[in-house]
Design a binder for this molecule. Structure first.
Ligand SMILES: [Zn+2]
Length: 144
């Protein structure tokens, strides 16, 4: 069905950065950041498997699709789609040249050279950490 537009709002008008960030899905970011690890997880309301952030034999890593966060019951790593690229970087899970900032910049059309956009990203990370009830230790290291 054709989308109706009112008051001159165009269909390709960009949503505010906050909204673009909040639309990120843990399953999409998980597949891109963790690759095969998530691709191969069993399908269902939650995906689960071996944690990428610590050594384990019994899988305790879950992607909670409905709640839009990941959690490991082994090492207590936890976060939403915004945190995952930072956590995976810190854990050395990604290639050295990977930058969580560049990744997110592409994902949500963020211009991290603009101080106000970087500020929005930081605020959204804080908001996310409150939502998933987990302190993001990487915030202090990646943001000043
Ligand atoms: Zn873990």
């Amino acid at each position: 069905m054709r989308q109706l537009t009112f008051f001159g709002a165009s269909e390709d008008q960009q949503l505010p950065l906050e909204i673009r960030i909040r639309q990120l899905k843990i399953i999409d970011v998980g597949k891109e950041i963790l690759g095969d690890l998530v691709q191969n997880l069993p399908k269902g309301p939650n995906h689960w498997g071996r944690c990428p952030f610590h050594q384990e034999k019994i899988p305790s890593f879950y992607l909670k699709l409905k709640d839009n966060f990941y959690i490991c019951y082994g090492c207590n790593s936890r976060g939403g789609p915004l945190a995952l690229p930072f956590t995976a970087t810190e854990a050395g899970f990604l290639p050295e040249q990977f930058s969580p900032f560049s990744y997110l910049a592409e994902k949500v059309q963020l211009d991290f050279w603009k101080q106000e956009e970087l500020e929005i990203l930081k605020n959204e990370l804080i908001r996310e950490s409150q939502r998933v009830k987990h302190e993001y230790g990487f915030l202090r290291r990646f943001f000043n």
